[in-house]
Ligand binder design. Structure first.
Ligand SMILES: [Zn+2]
Length: 389
């Protein structure tokens, strides 16, 4: 607060002096030593250790004219950044009320006021201002970006799509990833209402916007599965690995279920072997252990897993080995192994299994939009390795 006051003091003094000299000039009564009494009122507040009142007085006495508009904008911005949103709003509203502003200055003040409202959580008012800028093509890219933030917050996905397309047209920004997720959001809403046909159409649009959108493919696979087309669902699920191998762990369970539903255990085994080979440490090995266990029995599963862990150390693999060892068919339960297994599980649960690639936010579940930095499709599951701990 104090640093701001010391900044404001000379500015206010200069403005008071400037206003006074101009008035004096206009009146041709050249008393240059005339001082503004409001300035002394401000100083008085300062001396009485009332910095809040002093700031208000100094801000009020800054006359708005072509020379001080920049100062007002800078001050308002400073207040907003310091979290003093009410003061920022007052400064910017005061600016906008002046008829002498140029179109450019008014646009700048509207943009600032819109950001104050956003910061204060007054989304309706912010939206109106940004829309005014959008209509008048003033600070268009900034206004559209803020509008996109508001519409995302309000989950108005139709408006998000329109705004993203405008940003692409007018600012040359690539918004294909966001657009694909807006279509996915709309598709999920349609699915909730049981509108499968509409959902399919929206998901195809998502893939047309961004062919690598795994979320759209995954949702399409679920639509096919629920419509009884297991083979189509399986084809879509396996194509996700080609779109982005990092999503393999998210679809393994459904792929395994589809192969089993089609009675194709051998093909499932071949698929898992190929995945374990191509993308180690993403969970395919563990499904393979289950399958070996099922087909060849417990000893074969333990042998496979031991060989795998020796080749590729993995916490998940170690966990599974302990599980197999702890629950032997002979009914014996190894207390020490059980204890190690419990501790290991605890350690693994304490850490977020997912992480945002952009901001590092850790999450226990997959979010399509990062709750921290609000980017889309940046959260991925981390491969589990010993070095993670
Ligand atoms: Zn993030």
């Amino acid at each position: 607060m104090e640093e701001l006051l010391w900044l404001l003091l000379p500015v206010a003094a200069a403005s008071g002096w400037w206003a006074a000299t101009r008035t004096a000039r206009r009146k041709s009564s050249a008393n240059r030593r005339e001082h503004n009494p409001v300035y002394f009122r401000g100083l008085n507040h300062l001396l009485n250790e009332e910095p809040d009142k002093a700031i208000d007085v100094f801000v009020e006495m800054l006359e708005v004219d072509s020379d001080t508009v920049e100062t007002h904008l800078a001050l308002g911005n400073l207040f907003r950044r310091r979290g003093e949103v009410e003061r920022a709003i007052r400064i910017h509203q005061n600016l906008i009320a002046r008829p002498a502003l140029t179109t450019e200055q008014r646009g700048q003040a509207l943009l600032e006021l819109g950001q104050d409202y956003l910061r204060a959580g007054l989304y309706d008012r912010a939206e109106n201002l940004f829309n005014e800028l959008r209509q008048n093509k003033l600070h268009l890219a900034h206004a559209l970006r803020h509008l996109l933030t508001i519409y995302q917050q309000e989950k108005d996905w139709e408006a998000c799509l329109r705004t993203a397309e405008e940003l692409e047209r007018h600012a040359g920004e690539d918004r294909s990833v966001e657009k694909s997720h807006y279509y996915c959001e709309l598709a999920e809403q349609a699915l909730e209402k049981g509108q499968r046909k509409q959902a399919r159409g929206l998901l195809r649009k998502a893939l047309a916007a961004s062919p690598k959108c795994v979320r759209a493919t995954h949702l399409l696979a679920r639509v096919e599965r629920d419509s009884g087309s297991t083979a189509d669902a399986l084809r879509l699920l396996t194509s996700i690995v080609e779109q982005d191998p990092e999503y393999l762990p998210e679809v393994l369970e459904e792929i395994a279920q589809a192969y089993r539903a089609l009675g194709q255990r051998d093909r499932l085994r071949r698929f898992l072997l190929e995945m374990a080979e191509k993308y180690p440490n993403r969970g395919a090995e563990l499904y393979l252990v289950e399958l070996v266990h099922e087909i060849e029995g417990e000893q074969a599963a333990v042998d496979y897993l031991s060989a795998y862990i020796a080749r590729t150390p993995s916490l998940l693999g170690l966990m599974r080995l302990l599980e197999l060892r702890c629950t032997r068919a002979d009914g014996q339960n190894d207390g020490l192994l059980e204890q190690v297994r419990t501790q290991l599980r605890q350690l693994m649960q304490d850490r977020g299994a997912y992480q945002c690639r952009k901001c590092g936010f850790e999450a226990k579940a997959l979010h399509w939009q990062c709750p921290s930095c609000h980017r889309w499709a940046t959260i991925r599951r981390r491969p589990l390795r010993d070095s993670d701990l």
